[in-house]
Write a protein that binds this ligand. Structure first.
Ligand code: FAD
Ligand code: UDP
Length: 373
């Protein structure tokens, strides 16, 4: 037996939050991660004085005051408000769908005019309006056919590698539809990005003397030994892999990031630009300096192209695909997980959920109150 109370597999936000809370309560913790850095997908590093979000744009947002205060103890946040723009074959629109978008599309000026335009398009669409059956029907019944065709269909089908008619409707419900001139992508009360990047949050969470971190270490290279040696394991990797894919493989969506440093002070004038046509291979370009303030003087800029990619074993599983079939399969793994008490599954991959950062912290704190209080 080791002298640790917990082995935590994965130093992402879930594992690190749990590690921090466990150490605060006097528990001795070992954290392993197969990557060569901590932080999982929220990891940021500095390049030419700019914080680079290595695994895609990360904006913290929540309406939960406790979670906002919790995360603010580890970093000071700026006042960044996510206002991506959509580029459809060179036409530029504001996101999320709001009066600025409607005005640019149709020349409408008042909310009443916009509502009438959308209602007319919904009326003429041949879809199941009372109970949308898939993402396409859900999208059209929210914003009509023009927005669906220009701003949703191409982006969504690239992002998920499936027809919008084969995707669950909840994905599109993440996006607000607003009849005000407000380009804030999120509805939440609190929003921002840590000044100096996200990695400092994880570094602080893992800084206790009671926590040892081992990088470049894959749980599956030593699974049997870990299970024997540690009294309790918090596992934030893929739940289906943990159980040797015995019921079949859960599906994920992967991504490829192509990051470039450019000799130019301002490449696209906005942190996030979505490319919503179906010909452009990438879904978005992010320009990292615009997530921060006061970086305009810097004569270099760092940009990242984000290419969606199908997932197969060995690829990074960025997004769980929470359709009915995968959720059913996940539930079988969850039943197995519930039948034993040594390993607790958490985070986006362990719980197979499309969780944002605030939800991951909340889940980790829920576990803390069950496990440690
Ligand atoms: P992860 O960050 O995936 O961490 C899991 C860790 O476990 C990883 O470090 C991995 O290397 C390690 N691991 C896995 N298997 C093993 C193994 N076998 N052995 C050892 N280590 C292992 N959320 C927001 O709130 N706002 C956003 O704007 C936002 N944007 C996003 C953009 C993209 C492109 C993506 C992919 C996600 C985004 N998210 C966003 C979600 C956010 O990234 C997650 O909520 C959060 O990172 C999940 O933390 P986690 O600890 O569950 O998982
Ligand atoms: N979406 C879209 N057009 C856009 C942005 C988003 O159709 O310009 C859809 C797409 O289906 C995406 C979903 O809205 O998967 C949720 O968007 P979000 O920005 O939350 O995606 P994530 O940050 O998870 O990649």
């Amino acid at each position: 037996m080791s002298n640790y109370d917990y082995l935590i597999v994965g130093s992402g936000l879930f594992g690190s939050t749990f590690a921090y809370e466990a150490a605060k309560r006097g528990k001795k913790v070992k954290v392993i991660d197969k990557r060569d850095h901590v932080g999982g997908n929220i990891y940021t590093y500095e390049q030419n004085g700019i914080s680079v979000h290595k695994y895609g744009a990360h904006i913290f947002h929540t309406s939960d005051k406790k979670i906002w205060e919790y995360v603010n103890q580890f970093a000071e946040f700026n006042r960044y408000t996510n206002s991506p723009i959509a580029n459809f074959n060179g036409e530029v629109y504001n996101l999320p769908f709001n009066m600025n978008t409607f005005n640019k599309l149709w020349g409408v000026v008042t909310p009443k005019e916009a509502k009438e335009k959308i209602a007319e398009q919904i009326k003429n669409a041949k879809i199941n309006k009372d109970k949308p059956q898939n993402l396409e029907e859900q999208a059209i019944s929210l914003v009509g056919t023009d927005i669906y065709e220009k701003l949703i269909k191409g982006y969504t089908e690239k992002q998920w590698g499936r027809k919008a008619t084969e995707l669950p409707s909840f994905i599109i419900k993440r996006l607000p539809v607003r009849y005000t001139y407000d380009n804030n992508y999120f509805n939440d009360k609190y929003q921002g990005i840590p000044i100096g990047g996200y990695t400092q949050i994880i570094d602080k969470m893992l800084s206790s003397d009671l926590i040892d971190v081992e990088l470049n270490t894959d749980f599956f290279n030593n699974k049997v030994e870990y299970l024997e040696k540690y009294p309790k394991i918090i596992f934030t990797g893929m739940i289906d892999q943990f159980f040797d894919y015995q019921f079949g493989t859960l599906q994920y969506r992967s991504l490829q990031f192509d990051t470039k440093v450019l000799d130019c002070d301002n490449f696209q004038g906005n942190a996030v630009v979505n490319f919503t046509d179906n010909k452009t291979k990438y879904t978005r370009i992010i320009e990292h300096k615009h997530f921060e303030f006061g970086k305009g003087e810097n004569d270099k800029t760092v940009i990242t192209y984000e290419y969606p990619k199908s997932w197969s074993k060995g690829d990074e599983p960025y997004y769980p695909i929470n359709d009915a079939l995968n959720n059913e399969l996940y539930n079988k793994y969850k039943d197995l997980a519930d039948k034993q008490h040594k390993v607790i599954f958490g985070g986006r991959l362990g719980m197979y959920r499309y969780y944002d950062m605030h939800m991951v912290i909340k889940e980790a704190l829920n576990l803390v109150s069950k496990e440690l209080c």
